[in-house]
Ligand binder design. Sequence first.
Ligand SMILES: O=C(O)CCC(=O)C(=O)O
Length: 272
Amino acid sequence: MSAGASLEVDAVAAQIGESGWAILPDVIDADAVDQLRSTVEATMATDNTPFGGNTFLGEHTRRVFNLLAHDPAYAAVPTDPTVLPVVEAVLDRELLLSSLTAIETHPGQGPQPLHADDGSIPLPRPYPPLAIVALWALTDFTEANGATRLVPGTHLERRRPKPGETAETISAEMSAGSVLIYNGSIWHGGGANLSDARRQFIVCNYCAGWVRQEESQLLALDRDYVAQLPPRMRRLVGYGVYRGLLGHVAGEDPGAWVDDDVETDLIWKKMR
Ligand SMILES: O=C(O)CCC(=O)C(=O)O
C-alpha cells in the first residue's frame, strides 16, 4: 500500500527516541487514502458506531475497536513497509500488534485530556520503549480540526500527566496519508475540532513481544480468519513465540497452527 517513501529508518527511530515522536509524510497516496476511508466508512456504518460516552472517548467522537476483525484489508496498516521498519527499529522485529482502532472526531469535539497510553504499565518511568503508536491520518490534520497535541520529550518524564493537567503542546499537523509515530509514554491528546469537517484516523498500537497486548488479538480474531491474513500479520497478532519461548503452547509454536511454512525456533531446540 505504501507509496514507498524513502526515509532513513535509523534517523527516524533516533528522533522518536529523543523527542518521543516523528511524522512520516505522505506514506500513502490519495487513492490509498480514499480506499481506506471508504473501508472505515463502511465499517462504521455496519457497526452503527455511537459517539463516546465521556470526555476521554469524546462526546463527538466515534471509534471502532478490534478493527482487524471487520475487514482483512486493514492488515495493510500494521504491516505497512514504510512504517513497520521504523517501529521495529525502536522495539524489535518480535513486536506485536497491541490494538487497531479507527477514530473519527466530529465538529464540536472538545480537547481530549492529556494522557500517556502507558497508564496500565506499573513500571517506574522512564523505561525503554514498550509501546509505539502509529497514527494514520485519513484526513488532513490541522490545529483547527484538532490534530493530535503532543508534549515533546515527556516520554522521558518520571510521571504521567495528572487528571486535567495542561502543558504547552505542539499540534501534529500533517496531510492525509501521513503517519504520526510516537512513544506510548509521551503526553498527548486530541485537540478540539473547531472546523466544520470530521477528522478521521487509524490508531495502530504496537507493543514489545513480551508485553500484554492492549486488546487481546488472540481472543479478538478467529483462528481460521487469522490463517487467511498475510504471514507477517499472523505473527503480529500473536501467533508466534518471543525469543523462542513466550507464547508457546505445550512446547509448540502456535505460528504453525496458522502457517504450514512457519520456521519454528523454539528455545529447547537450541539446548544441549
Ligand atoms: O485524537 C487524537 O488525535 C488522539 C487520540 C488518543 O490519543 C486516544 O484516543 O487515546
